[in-house]
Unconditional design. Sequence first.
Length: 337
Amino acid sequence: MAPLATVGILSVGEMGVGIAKLLIAHNYRVVTNIAGRSKDTQARAQRNSIETLPSDISLVETADYIFSIVPPRDALATAKRITTAFNTRSKPTPLYYLDLNAISPRSAREIASLFQTFAPAIKFIDGGIIGGAPSPKTSTEPQTTVSSPPANTTHEWERPSIPVSGPSRVSDSPLSGAHLASTLNLNHISSEIGKASGLKCCFASLSKGFTALCIQSITTASNMGVLEILLHEAEERMPGMVKAARRGVPGMPPKAYRWVREMEEIAITHADEGGFEGGGEEGEGVFGQIAKVYRSVAEDTILGEEKTERRKRGRTLEDVALVMGEGLMAKKRKTSG
């Protein structure tokens, strides 16, 4: 069966791969350009049946949709890559560009302006991803007949929510747009650029802000030798919080470097849209400080060396606390010495 449409994904990290697998399971062709990227990235694309193209020009010529899912610090540069490639070669069919990065409304509007100025034919869509990477659901119900529905149907996948905004709608695209929007769980919330990215930042304020608070609390408690008691008290009074911490904190180390700029983008969002102090400059406001927590994880401890496919340390709440304590105390000794 011919693919419904071709989707280019930049880049193929944990979330990009999850979305690629979901789309491939629903008869989409998924392509990427990872020229010059690491062997790990090359292997990840091959292992997950993502077709690699030699250049951004090839990507633009081939894809009907391009999803930008990169570290927040790379969002603008990735958009510039695509506008440059788009203007190098002609493209007879529409091209939709979905910026799904964790950026502020201010940054989303800047990227939208870039497209409007240099590649107005590209339909720009502001978006954000709320939740984990797509994955097939584990079925507990055995299939009893050969006529049972195929496993890879939309309702049998765990999917994040993807709010999108802007004047263009994926569902209006003649290139299987309505099917693609349904498959991805897209929710068009506004015709205004910035609404979707702002919503994402507000959600991440709660989820990743909570994780950062947990990192500080458990690290300090571990250094003091009272972590076990802290967790016992929290289990007694706030069991849901401990459950969330045990799920979220160990999953954080491979992503900490990405979350530094994301916290700064969140600070910009709260300053611009909420009126709070702290505009994203390093260390300003609550989320400027939280950015420092994630920078410490990424740069001051061996947790910053963790890769999603090869986890060694920080796989439990207790080990995150131990490694963080060791790294920060070593930094303190080095600074004071």
